[in-house]
Design a protein around this ligand. Structure first.
Ligand SMILES: [Zn+2]
Length: 410
């Protein structure tokens, strides 16, 4: 995988390349980012960058100066040539890396035991792992454990695995000059992780450890304190929308934006929304609902409630989330002006909708509506009767919105 194939995260990948070439990167890194931000993908692309023959010279040829600092520190730069910003994607090392069969790139991840009493190793599941990365590149630990049929079993990175890592990483590299370990989900590493401390602290030459985590609070403190932190932000709505559009031909640009806007920067969630959304058009549904409340009156409101009640629970939750997200944007635009819009310029339909909301309700009213939407989501989650719930919601919203006309009259 090349950096260019990753959704978003351009700033972080540029930063990584820059740090490598300024000799500011240590041997033990922590890629930390919330679910669905693509931290594992970035780790793979970075590993490929390190082994790429275009970046790092051909195997067997005299090695270029080390890409990694023995003691991370700013340097005057040792490369005469302009550094490459990405792996080439076509050399033998890149091909092997993209197929997850490069002999110098090792993966470690939580697994479950196959036979009672036996400590499992990551390599026991290597075939499944390769399939998982292809099928669910943005999957989380739960997805992975389901993928390998763990059911209710707790995933684990075992003491035996830690010993195996120590052994593997102390061997000479096969091809690349570098040995890389990508350890996914160090959150699953218990006290046995302390077996890795010495290795991380005094790494054999030309070894790179990339820990990929979602929650640093769950990482063994002794390990955490020895890692150089690389933080990944949640994905931008625009990046998610473009990726959805390119993956799903039938998805209209507007729909892709709607789905992106309710995904909290999480591509895994965005994919789930695509699965659940079908042909629904929340922008249209919201416009109808607001028109019924503001202009058309009770008959239209009842009709709209029927529509909303027909959606399944998941879709109702998505719709409310979409509405909430839109209100947040509207508040931002009202407070900060158009530049407060929290996405790139491609999200015009969302922007227009937010501006319209600002025309019909004040800041206080938006806050009141948000509270009502929060309540509604809470009760939908708990199986409330959808018809009654949406009926109550439209009545409350019409009270909140009508309040403004009273204020205006006064
Ligand atoms: Zn290459």
């Amino acid at each position: 995988m090349q950096f260019s194939a990753i959704i978003g995260q351009k700033e972080v990948s540029d930063q990584l390349v820059k740090m490598v070439h300024q000799n500011r990167l240590g041997h033990a890194l922590l890629f930390l980012g919330r679910e669905g931000c693509g931290a594992l993908n970035l780790a793979q692309a970075f590993a490929q960058y390190i082994v790429c023959e275009k970046v790092n010279g051909k195997p067997g040829a005299s090695q270029a100066p080390s890409l990694f600092a023995e003691d991370p520190q700013p340097s005057t730069g040792h490369n005469n040539n302009e550094p490459l910003n990405d792996s080439c994607g076509i050399c033998p090392a890149c091909i092997k890396s993209s197929k997850l069969i490069h002999p110098d790139i090792h993966f470690c991840y939580p697994v479950v035991t196959k036979k009672p009493g036996e400590q499992p190793l990551s390599t026991d599941y290597i075939t499944e792992w390769r399939n998982f990365i292809v099928e669910k590149p943005y999957g989380n630990a739960y997805d992975w454990l389901q993928f390998i049929g763990a059911e209710n079993k707790q995933g684990n990175i075992t003491a035996k695995e830690c010993n195996e890592i120590v052994h593997k990483m102390s061997l000479k590299s096969f091809e690349a000059g570098y040995k890389i370990l990508i350890l996914w989900m160090p959150e699953y590493l218990g006290a046995e992780g302390n077996k890795l401390l010495k290795l991380i602290e005094e790494p054999p030459p030309n070894t790179v450890f990339i820990f990929v985590a979602e929650n640093d609070a769950l990482i063994l403190p002794t390990i955490l304190s020895r890692l150089q932190l690389i933080k990944l932000p949640p994905l931008q709505d625009g990046a998610i929308a473009r990726a959805l559009e390119s993956q799903f031909e039938d998805l209209s640009p507007d729909k892709a934006l709607q789905l992106a806007s309710i995904s909290d920067g999480n591509f895994r969630e965005a994919l789930l929304h695509v699965q659940n959304s079908g042909e629904d058009d929340w922008e249209g549904l919201l416009r109808d609902g607001l028109n019924a409340i503001v202009k058309s009156g009770p008959v239209a409101q009842v009709k709209w409630v029927e529509e909303a009640a027909k959606l399944g629970r998941e879709k109702q939750k998505q719709f409310l989330k979409y509405f909430l997200r839109l209100l947040e944007e509207a508040v931002r635009i009202e407070v900060l002006g158009p530049q407060g819009f929290n996405a790139d310029e491609t999200l015009t339909s969302t922007f227009e909708m937010a501006v319209k909301l600002n025309k019909i309700c004040s800041l206080d009213q938006k806050e009141a509506i948000m509270n009502e939407l929060d309540h509604a989501s809470y009760y939908i989650e708990r199986n409330a009767n959808a018809k009654i719930l949406f009926h109550a919601l439209t009545i409350k919203l019409s009270h909140i919105i009508r309040n403004k006309s009273l204020i205006l009259v006064n």
